[in-house]
Every structure is written in structure tokens, then in C-alpha cells.
Write a protein that binds this ligand. Structure first.
Ligand code: PXL
Length: 292
């Protein structure tokens, strides 16, 4: 129970994503989930779209690159600093470069910079990106404390060919080690970890930079590729990381939350383009965080 008379210093995260009006991803997911962790979720919107670009056609896009520098300058004039900076879908090279330059200006000495190098899935880049984009994204990954690629994004960062799962443990361990060598600084949370020796489960493989240890955090595998689950998982990871959980604990909480939302959505047989019913799982997420 909260003691309403006790002074609480609230943590503040900055979510840097687009707003896709319909489709449940990016900011429409980050805001409610990070807020559920009792963390203030400030936003730096990178673009406004009518829907996300995965599986819809005819969507509108308004790029907001021009607004990024003035917004950040204003926050600097107010001396605003964030406990976490969480970047996701960045629509252009210049947005990636701006975020790389600005992350330090908005950080304090303990800020967690979590970069989700959103670029593609299932072996392919999303509609807005071409092959020149991954090397730019790699530069942003190098200033992060945690990166959260899926297998497709990890292989694009490494410049390697996509492989279909399930994977051997050795393959994923090596992939993590190569990515760790390439990025030098961040811990890595690799999503879509699906093992040949345990194919009924799916989750994340983690490389903890401080210990160089690799771990697997798995839950039941649910068939189907549900849109926006990367953002649901990433947002839950940010919330858990800012509520005093270790990387391993935060990944466990985020995997459990995402799996529950996917199971509920599968049971309801809704169109996978419209995202997952994470809202119904916020109560159990808050409980897992130990907040009630
Ligand atoms: O969930 C990733 C994402 C975010 N934002 C936009 C997207 C996608 C993936 O397709 O298109 C606009």
C-alpha cells in the first residue's frame, strides 16, 4: 500500500517514438505501460501516422524531425533530465543522428539509455527503411546502456544473413557475443529467442555487459506474429528497470507481461495488425513490479 504522506521522488522516462493513431504500438503503448510502473512518461514524438506501417496500406505520415531540436533545447533551458531515455521507431537518418547527439544532453549520471533499433522483423526491413539504415542505427546502439533488437534487427546490425528459427543455443550465444563485440557498451536483450532444444517456449536471450553472462528468459510460445509486441515488451522493460529491478528480473517481468497479452489476443482471434490486449494485463504487471 502507498503511504500517501510519504515523499516519493518519481522517476521520469523519455519515450522517443512515433505516434501511430491506430494499431497499438510506439507511443500509444509506451505511455500507458510506463505510467503503470508509476514512472512519469514524457514523450518526444518523431512522427504522426494514421496507423503503423506493418500490414496496413494508405497510411498518412507527418514527419516531426524539425521539432526535435527546439523541443530538446527548451527542456535543456529548464534543466530537465531523464532517468531513462527509451528510443524506438525513428523514421530517418537525421532522427537517429539527432538522438545520438542529444542523449547525453538529457541524461544524468545514472540514466538508462534503452535503444530499440526498430527496423524490421521476420527477416525484412519495415517499409520506411533501406539497407543504408542499419549502420546508422548501429551508431545509436553504441551510446546505449541496453539495446533490444529482435533477431532480424540483430542480424541487420551485424550485416549478416537472416536465418529462420528455431535456433541452436550456440548460434544465439555467438550472435549475442558478436553483437556485444560490435556495440562495445550496452547490455543486450535479444527478443524472438526460440530454441531447438525447447521449441514450445519463446522469449529473450540476454547478455549482461557487467558480468558477460548470457541467460534465457522464456515463456510459452504462442503461434502468430502479433504487431507491436516489441514495443509492449520494451515499455515493460523500461518500467521494470526504473523500479529497482535487475536486468534479469526486468526481462522476466517483461516476458511474462507480453506473453499474457499475446495469449489473450490469440484467444479473442482479433486481427493481428491491431496489436495485443496489453491493457487487460496491466494489473498483473503492476503486481509483478511489487507496486501493489
Ligand atoms: O512497432 C514498431 C513500429 C513502430 N512505429 C511504426 C511502425 C512500426 C512497425 O512496423 O511501422 C510507424
Amino acid at each position: 500500500m502507498l503511504d500517501y504522506d510519504k515523499p516519493i521522488v518519481q522517476k521520469r522516462a523519455l519515450a522517443v517514438h512515433d505516434i501511430s493513431g491506430v494499431g497499438k504500438c510506439s507511443l500509444t503503448v509506451a505511455l500507458p505501460i510506463i505510467s503503470a510502473a508509476s514512472v512519469e512518461c514524457s514523450v518526444l514524438p518523431t512522427a504522426v501516422l494514421s496507423t503503423h506501417t506493418g500490414g496496413f496500406t494508405g497510411y498518412t505520415v507527418r514527419d516531426l524531425t524539425e521539432d526535435i531540436i527546439p523541443m530538446v533545447r527548451h527542456w535543456q533551458s529548464l534543466k530537465v533530465r531523464f532517468d531513462a531515455i527509451y528510443t524506438g521507431y525513428l523514421g530517418s537518418f537525421s532522427q537517429v543522428q539527432l538522438m545520438k547527439k542529444m542523449a547525453a544532453d538529457l541524461s544524468n549520471e545514472n540514466t538508462i539509455v534503452l535503444v530499440d533499433p526498430v527496423m524490421g522483423d521476420n527477416g525484412r526491413l519495415y517499409a520506411a527503411f533501406n539497407e543504408a539504415f542499419p549502420p546508422e542505427m548501429l551508431e545509436l546502439c553504441r551510446v546505449a546502456n541496453i539495446i533490444k533488437p529482435n533477431i532480424t534487427e540483430a542480424l541487420f546490425l551485424l550485416g549478416e544473413k537472416y536465418q529462420e528459427g528455431p535456433y541452436s543455443r550456440e548460434y544465439l550465444n555467438e550472435l549475442l557475443r558478436r553483437l556485444a563485440a560490435l556495440t562495445e557498451k550496452p547490455s543486450i536483450v535479444l527478443t524472438g529467442a526460440w530454441l531447438k532444444d525447447d521449441p514450445s517456449r519463446l522469449g529473450a536471450a540476454t547478455y549482461d555487459r557487467s558480468t558477460e553472462k548470457i541467460d534465457y528468459v522464456l515463456g510459452p510460445a504462442v503461434e502468430g506474429s502479433y504487431h507491436g509486441t516489441g514495443d509492449v515488451f520494451g515499455s515493460a522493460l523500461v518500467g521494470a528497470s526504473l523500479t529497482d529491478h535487475s536486468l534479469a528480473e526486468a526481462v522476466r517481468i517483461a516476458v511474462d507481461f507480453t506473453v499474457r497479452a499475446i495469449r489473450l489476443t490469440k484467444a479473442a482471434s482479433t486481427d493481428i495488425r491491431y496489436g495485443v490486449n496489453f491493457e487487460a494485463c496491466l494489473g498483473s504487471y503492476i503486481r509483478d513490479l511489487g507496486l501493489c
